[in-house]
Design a protein around this ligand. Structure first.
Ligand code: ADP
Ligand code: MG
Length: 677
């Protein structure tokens, strides 16, 4: 049987099962073999009945003491009971509505039983509906598959076994033998058999390591190839002169060393004849905008237009104001382009870009989607990168004559995760804040402090300063949380009567949100009660107090981002985390925040606490899904994989050698699936 054979060809799969397999996205034999167990029953460690742990899966080897009794319970439930012994202890077994056990379990015979034991109040051991098998025929480590009602795990197990038995010869291996030996990996055939039916724990580990290596390796190959493609592509937008010095002399401040280095790196890219594809990573407030401005200025002096894209209209307008200020008194002309502008304004902005009269367009994503024509677009800057996926970057690069791309991210991420998310980009890091910043003081208090917090806020508002109160998003039925809207009304009509409060939450229309944000930025609102929508990039230097309610509901990086909304001006700022949470994990998060303001340290701690799955939300990054690899647990392996992928591509950048053909097909397939998903 071939790997691409339809699933019906597998022994034991009729039309109904085939249908059920399709629902699990398993249409072929190959897909079945890649349908990995989610866990294993370990029947290899036999536990004496007397030592059975409570409520944990364990395996005992025992003889059936008496015939299975049938007990009818009112309500139609049928119970089947027996007792087994391993010589030293007794274990009561109960099965529900399963009359077959009567004929399967024979008095005086020995079986292996696998299940969770309970201790009843007289100290006797019980097990409900254990799995069992004869000791001599036993698979010692059995797979547990993600199952459905129509396809129980045991049925899947039999089908996988049948499929493996029916294969003609070993599963072809797409990894070059050299990569395999250099990295101490087993063959693909061994790995697939080992992941489903390992004979020992070691064999399972060997299989997993190989399959995880594959996942990460294909991913890195794909990302590195994307990078190579841009590195080897030609761009029509080569800088002839480096005009940054002129811009810098115009700036009201001196760049930090980190900013200056990043500008140099980017300018070198833009002069190289290859399109730039660079990530500018810097903590909140590290001054990414000034770096971008220097590059926009230089591009403009070379006759190239630039586009700066922000994820929201509020941010776009903010950037528009900032860039306009930076470029006041220079020859760089900036236009704003957002969805909510009036038609005539939009037309004028588009015409200016088309004719080349404007050098810079600042806007939302609509900027690339709408039919905006540039005369000579040479530089695209995207802000707050974690909202853009790999696929979107690729589509951007495809537009125009290979413009240079600078991606700015305020989300510091650990190196291993960076290799995954930005594996196709070169990276510049702003690891230094502009001088003179006052670090935000952070405190964690319980809800009994609320009156004092309100007074603290009033004291600041009376001085003309502003603040935020952030509440978590509320899902239905979560009654212990503070919903933003109710809280806002209560505060406005209660303690803060007479102050100007604003409300900002996710269910408001974009226009309403923008209006509130604008009023807040203009100082027309003293206190903003908001859900996380305030998280990204907003720059209101006059806001100096950040209160976060139900702080336990936010992740570390999220709390750090929120805190970054204050501490942006001259006045000292405060962040107050309000929480009654007692659990250790939440307390750890608060401790980290109170101890450090270093975004990279916080990202690392967050990654460790939450795991990478949650780190960026669900698949926001647009990368292929990982089945087995876990970026936290497998971070060592990821670095090995990265090196192996780089070595291979050094010799064969486009994977054109015949021995790499299978590898190329696998990589393409993985990325094609991700693009569709
Ligand atoms: P972010 O990296 O979070 O986008 P911004 O670009 O908004 O940070 O910069 C934050 C603030 O710091 C801005 O008000 C900006 O004018 C100021 N700033 C940037 N670079 C410097 C510098 N080298 N010296 C002093 N202030 C700076
Ligand atoms: Mg910013």
């Amino acid at each position: 049987m071939q790997l691409n054979a339809p699933i019906q060809y597998v022994k034991g799969v009729g039309p109904a099962r085939a249908e059920a397999f399709l629902k699990l996205s398993v249409p072929t034999v190959g897909a079945l073999l890649r349908y990995y167990p989610r866990a294993y029953e370990d029947w290899s460690r036999i536990v004496p009945i007397r030592d059975l742990p409570e409520n944990e899966y364990a395996c005992v080897r025992a003889v059936v003491c008496h015939r299975v009794d049938h007990v009818r319970v009112p309500g139609g439930l049928q119970l089947y009971k027996t007792t087994v012994t391993d010589g030293a202890g007794l274990l009561n077994l109960t099965f529900f509505n399963n009359k077959y056990v009567c004929s399967q379990l024979k008095e005086g015979e020995e079986y292996l039983f696998f299940g969770k034991a309970a201790h009843n109040r007289y100290g006797a051991r019980e097990m409900a509906s254990p799995l069992f098998q004869k000791p001599q025929s036993a698979h010692r480590i059995r797979p547990i598959y993600p199952s459905s009602a129509a396809l129980p795990s045991r049925a899947i197990e039999r089908c996988v076994q049948n499929a493996l038995d029916a294969l003609e010869g070993p599963i072809p291996d797409f990894l070059p033998a050299r990569v395999r030996t250099e990295n101490g990996l087993c063959t693909l055939d061994e790995a697939v058999r080992g992941i489903h039916f390992p004979k020992t724990r070691d064999e399972l580990e060997t299989a997993r390591r190989r399959l995880i290596f594959d996942e990460l390796f294909l991913l890195q190959l794909g990302l590195l190839q994307m990078r190579t493609r841009t590195h080897t592509a030609e761009t029509g937008c080569v800088l002839q002169t480096d005009a940054t010095a002129a811009f810098l002399s115009h700036l009201p401040f001196t760049l930090t060393n980190a900013q200056a280095r990043s500008v140099r790196e980017a300018v070198a890219d833009m002069r190289s004849g290859r399109p730039m594809n660079r990530l500018l990573q810097g903590d909140v407030g590290s001054g990414k905008t000034a770096v971008a401005a220097a590059l926009v200025y230089t591009a403009a002096q070379n006759g190239l237009q630039a586009a700066v894209m922000a994820p929201t209209e509020v941010l776009a307008e903010q950037h528009y104001r900032t860039f306009s200020k930076f470029f006041a008194g220079t020859n760089v002309r900036t236009v704003l382009l957002t969805g909510s502008m009036r038609a005539a304004e939009k037309r004028a902005a588009k015409a200016a870009l088309q004719s080349g009269e404007a050098d810079l367009a600042v806007g939302t994503h609509a900027l690339i989607q709408e039919d905006v024509g540039f005369r000579r677009l040479g530089l695209v800057v995207t802000d707050e990168q974690h909202r853009f996926g790999v696929a979107q970057r690729a589509s951007l690069a495809a537009k125009g004559a290979q413009p240079h791309i600078l991606v700015m991210s305020a989300t510091p991420i650990p190196r291993t995760l960076g290799l995954m998310l930005y594996g196709d980009l070169d990276v510049s890091v702003l690891d230094e804040l502009p001088p003179g910043r006052q670090p935000v003081s952070t405190y964690c208090v319980d809800t009994s402090y609320r009156p004092r917090i309100y007074n603290y806020l009033k004291k600041h508002m009376d001085k003309g300063l502003q603040g935020y109160i952030v509440c978590p998003l509320v899902e239905e039925g979560e009654s212990d949380l503070v919903p933003a809207e109710e809280y806002y009304k209560k505060l406005q009509n209660g303690v803060f009567y007479g102050y100007r409060l604003g409300l900002l939450h996710g269910r408001m229309k974009p226009k309403e949100k923008d209006a509130v944000m604008r009023a807040f930025a203009a100082g027309e609102v003293d206190l903003l009660v908001a859900t996380v929508v305030v998280e990204v990039g907003v720059d209101v230097p006059n806001a100096v107090v950040m209160v976060i309610e139900n702080a336990e509901r936010f992740g570390l990086s999220q709390l750090h981002q929120l805190r970054g909304r204050v501490g942006r001006g001259e006045a000292a700022s405060t962040c107050i985390l309000v929480s009654d949470a007692q659990n250790e994990e939440a307390k750890t998060r608060f401790r980290v925040l109170c101890e450090t303001t270093d975004g990279f340290k916080i990202a690392d701690a967050d990654f460790r606490l939450r795991g990478p799955g949650d780190f960026f939300g669900k698949r926001q990054h647009g990368l292929p899904a990982l089945r087995l690899a876990d970026l936290l647990r497998d971070s060592e392996l990821l670095l090995t994989v990265r090196r192996a992928a780089e070595q291979l591509l050094e010799k064969d950048p486009a994977l054109q050698e015949p021995e790499h053909a299978a590898l190329r097909r696998q990589t393409d397939k993985m990325f094609a699936a991700a693009a569709v998903g």
